[in-house]
Design a protein around this ligand. Structure first.
Ligand code: GDP
Ligand code: GDP
Length: 439
């Protein structure tokens, strides 16, 4: 199940990032060799009393002038309205209610999204000062007094936010369709691909209230199966304004990845791999999503011979070495060449991501693997793996019961992972190996 999204909007300097950091905690990223995005302070998981959601800081843009601020605020608010389950409007006790606050509040109100009004910088404990009551004028209900710096009021804030999230609706959202996110930089050909797919197949652009969170998804039914392409209206609309700023396009991409089971990471054949590609791909990997690297505009590559594709792929395999399981597909959204092959690949990757391997088969494999390559030892103590089992899928996660976690080095985990992949063919999906100690 994808996590609900809670967006933080507000003027510059009201304390959005301070609040964001307070609520998400200054968690250090635990990533080894993944060029992940966990370090970005704009999108992070937040937990409150056992309930989890994703917190999004829609701010992060430097103010230039008042009208720039207002247009950015509108953009922030629109992103929140489009994507979030609950929106927190952050205001500042010290500056009082401003015209911009009013403007944004009325925009949010019209959207009918669940809203929470936070009055930040209420640093003094006890009854709120008289200025606080001015915020009732925004018409967003009871404001919540918070001091992001000290942490006062954040518990009340989180209580209110969680009370407004419809967790059961999110559970119902799971359908029998494979959800797919097409991600990639501007101009790689995402809209061309969606238009081609949607143009050729029977398409229903979904506006099914209550079933999907998002009216910008596209449902595709074809001979290969049933699919939900996530957030494609945003792609097809080609809203130059919304996606020209990297901050917004990256945020949208994270949110699309979260809701998807399979991510198609699109690369422009005439440009090759870039850092931004690895960032989003790294996020998809960390989140355990099925992944495919799609090289588009293959028609535009000149002087191709029978080795061109292989060489191109070899280079990409190095760029994507942190996800060595990823399959590659080369196509042209413009001519349609090989686009059809994408669907069988999506099916396969989705199936692998959801694969369940029996405990019997896993332990046979374990016996074989440990006989072939002895587990490591240190100071006379050797690693013993007693038992392996797969408690969950999406991604396939394997728990190994061991005598010592310390001895279960990364390299041996990697070896086991490779053995599992060799036997069961888990192309396109990350897997997780978890060690549990048993004396
Ligand atoms: P953003 O632009 O909305 O993300 O605002 P920041 O989080 O960068 O905060 C702007 C300024 O307000 C910084 O100097 C913060 O230290 C300060 N600030 C944020 N929250 C509080 C608060 O609760 N109390 C006080 N006194 N200052 C705060
Ligand atoms: P998006 O920003 O990722 O949605 O990219 P678009 O679909 O708008 O494509 C950007 C540009 O690349 C447009 O001019 C397209 O015509 C062109 N383009 C898209 N796919 C292909 C392709 O397969 N081959 C070639 N040669 N050009 C393409």
């Amino acid at each position: 199940m994808s996590k609900p999204i809670v967006a933080v909007v507000g003027r510059p300097n009201v304390g959005k990032s301070t609040l964001f950091n307070k609520l998400t905690g200054q968690r250090l990223a635990i990533v080894e060799d993944t060029p992940g995005v966990t370090r970005d302070r704009i999108y992070a998981p937040c937990e409150w009393l056992g309930q989890e959601f994703m917190l999004v800081d829609t701010g992060g843009i430097e103010p230039f002038s008042d009208d720039v601020i207002l247009s950015q605020m509108r953009r922030q608010a629109q992103l929140a309205i489009d994507k979030a389950d609950v929106i927190i409007l952050v205001t500042d006790l010290r500056s009082g209610v401003t015209a911009t606050d009013q403007e944004v509040a009325s925009m949010l109100l019209k959207s009918r999204k669940p809203l929470v009004l936070c009055v930040n910088k209420c640093d003094r404990v006890g009854d709120p000062p008289p200025e606080f009551y001015e915020f009732y004028n925004l018409g967003l209900g009871d404001p919540i007094a918070v001091s992001s710096v000290h942490g006062h009021g954040t518990g009340d804030l989180l209580d209110t936010v969680c009370a407004k999230i419809d967790f059961s609706r999110l559970a119902r959202e799971e359908g029998d369709r494979i959800s797919v996110a097409i991600i990639g930089k501007p101009n790689v050909g995402k809209s061309s691909l969606v238009n081609r797919i949607a143009g050729e197949e029977r398409t229903i652009v979904s506006e099914i209230a209550g079933t999907t969170r998002d009216a910008t998804d596209t449902e595709i039914d074809n001979a290969h199966g049933r699919y939900l392409f996530i957030d494609t209206a945003g792609i097809r609309r080609k809203s130059k304004v919304t996606d020209s700023i990297e901050h917004f396009s990256v945020l949208r991409a994270y949110m699309a990845v979260d809701r998807a089971q399979v991510c198609v990471i699109m690369i422009d054949a005439t440009e090759g791999f870039t850092e931004q590609d690895s960032k989003i791909a790294g996020y998809a990997h960390e989140q355990g999503k099925g992944c495919i690297v799609a090289v588009n505009k293959w028609d535009a590559v000149e002087d191709k011979n029978d080795r061109t594709m292989q060489e191109f792929q070899k280079k990409l395999e190095q760029d994507f070495s942190f996800m060595s399981y990823v399959p590659f597909i080369f196509f042209s959204a413009r001519t349609g060449q090989r686009v059809d092959n994408l669907f069988p690949l999506i099916n396969q990757v989705a199936a692998n991501n959801a694969m369940r391997i029996t405990t019997g088969a896993l332990n046979d494999l374990l016996a074989h693997a440990t006989a072939r390559v002895q587990p490591p030892s240190d100071k006379g103590k050797r690693l013993k793996i007693y038992y392996i089992t797969q408690p969950s899928t999406c991604p396939p996660s394997f728990v190994c019961f061991v005598n010592s976690k310390e001895l279960f080095h990364f390299s041996y985990q990697r070896y086991l992972e490779n053995q599992i992949r060799e036997s069961f063919g888990l192309s396109g999906t990350p897997v997780r190996i978890i060690a549990r100690e048993r004396g």
